[in-house]
Write a protein that binds this ligand. Structure first.
Ligand SMILES: *[C@@H]1O[C@H](CO)[C@@H](O)[C@H](O)[C@H]1NC(C)=O
Length: 174
C-alpha cells in the first residue's frame, strides 16, 4: 500500500511539473540547431514561459551557441556575448519574462540565418513586462493562458487515468 501511494505521489509531482514547465528542442521536429531551420517560424509556433527550457542540439565541430544582446543579434556579432556554449547539447533555462537572443558564432552562420530570438512571456500575463497596465485581453495573452489551461487539463487527465489503473489493476506490490 505504501509503495503504491509513493508511486502516485511521484506521478502527481511529474504531472504538475510538466504542466508548469516545458522543455523545447530548438528546431523540432527535426530538432537541430543548424543552417537549415527557419527559426522565425519555429519560434512563432510556440509560446515560452519562465521556467521553460530550450535545448540546442548540434555537432560541436560544426556549430556553437552564443547568447548575445539585441545589438549583437541585430549585427550578428558575438563580441560582447552574454555566455557561450559548445557541448552540442546545451540547455538554457528561460528564467524570467523578456527576450533572449542566441546565434551561432562561427563565421557566416548567423548571417545565413542561424540566429534565434526567444520572447519569454509570463504565464497568463501580458507579453510586455515593462507595461503592467497593458490590456490583458491581447490575443497573445489569451492564447497563452488557453495553452497553459490545456496543458493542465491534459496533465489532470493523465493523472486520473493513472489513478484509475492503480485502483482497478491492484498490483501485488502491497
Ligand atoms: C565571448 O566574449 C568573450 C569576451 O568578450 C570573448 O573572449 C569570447 O571569445 C567570446 N566567445 C564567443 C564564443 O564568441
Amino acid at each position: 500500500m505504501e509503495i503504491r501511494a509513493l508511486v502516485l505521489v511521484a506521478m502527481a509531482a511529474m504531472v504538475l511539473e510538466s504542466a508548469a514547465a516545458t522543455t523545447y528542442t530548438v528546431g523540432a521536429p527535426d530538432g537541430l540547431w543548424d543552417l537549415q531551420t527557419n527559426y522565425g517560424e519555429w519560434v512563432a509556433a510556440r509560446t515560452f514561459h519562465p521556467g521553460d527550457k530550450i535545448t540546442f542540439t548540434y555537432s560541436p565541430e560544426l556549430h556553437d551557441l552564443v547568447e548575445v544582446s539585441k545589438a549583437g543579434y541585430d549585427a550578428c556579432s558575438n563580441a560582447n556575448n552574454i555566455s557561450a556554449f559548445r557541448t552540442g547539447n546545451d540547455v538554457v533555462t528561460l528564467t524570467a519574462p523578456g527576450t533572449r537572443y542566441f546565434l551561432c558564432g562561427l563565421t557566416g552562420h548567423c548571417d545565413s540565418g542561424m540566429k534565434i530570438r526567444i520572447d519569454v512571456v509570463a504565464a497568463g500575463g501580458s507579453s510586455s513586462p515593462v507595461s503592467p497596465a497593458a490590456a490583458p485581453t491581447s490575443s497573445a495573452a489569451a492564447s497563452a493562458s488557453v495553452s497553459a489551461g490545456m496543458t493542465t487539463a491534459v496533465g489532470l487527465a493523465v493523472l486520473l487515468v493513472a489513478l484509475h489503473h492503480a485502483i482497478v489493476i491492484k498490483p501485488s506490490l502491497s
